[in-house]
Write a protein of this length. Sequence first.
Length: 255
Amino acid sequence: QIFSVDKFMQFDVHYLPSEVFITGLVELQAGVEKIVKCHTDESYPAAKLVWRVDGVVVEGVNSSMPYIEYTDSGATEAWSDLFITPESEGEVTVSCEVEGQEDVLTDSKVFKVKGKCWELLLREYSDQEFYIPQGFQFVDINENNFQTYAPQIEHLVTSDVSEKMTDSLAGFAKSSIEENCLNEDDFYVSGPQTVEAGEEVTLRCMKNHFRDEESTWKVTSFSGADIPFKSVNFSAIQVSAAKHHKSLNIKCSDQ
């Protein structure tokens, strides 16, 4: 080992995080992609995070590259996103762990997975009947009512599906099991899933049927602090995101 002797020396003090947290969702839904977030407390340098779903390591496009937040003290917090789309109802165990520690540092959550609320229906010719799975009912979604249903079916509507809808080759069926289609009292926040620091985004509050009453909004940061916003109209607001917010929690209702 080589030692140095000098009038002045400076060292970087390396230390591992002491906690790791999974934050965000309470439950998942079959067929719908959701984002689960994980982060550590302070460490230096930033820790590497590893996701597991039902014990299997998640790699590739299903998890984001870790991103780093610098604290006021100059240390780091490591963050990572997991993109998860359960195939069927039941339960799924999600774990986030810090890689490379002698003592395993991990956080796990068991998420309830609701059954599918919506099924995409496809046919080759417009004069064919759609096959409707058992337990589902056909819903006539067209250009006149699409915006009403858009927040509920957006996970199914790709550019290809949009073209098929125009040609009457795609349709939708809704589950007859009411529990599968309940979401925050049937209110939906429509807007981007991610936002850059300093960017202003518009969010809309929507329900299963047309609403003309004013919405009540609750916007908080990761720490739980209220974040100011400005109203656009009775059902939309604009929010500016800042780096120190880390994440935005947004809920709307008619209360």
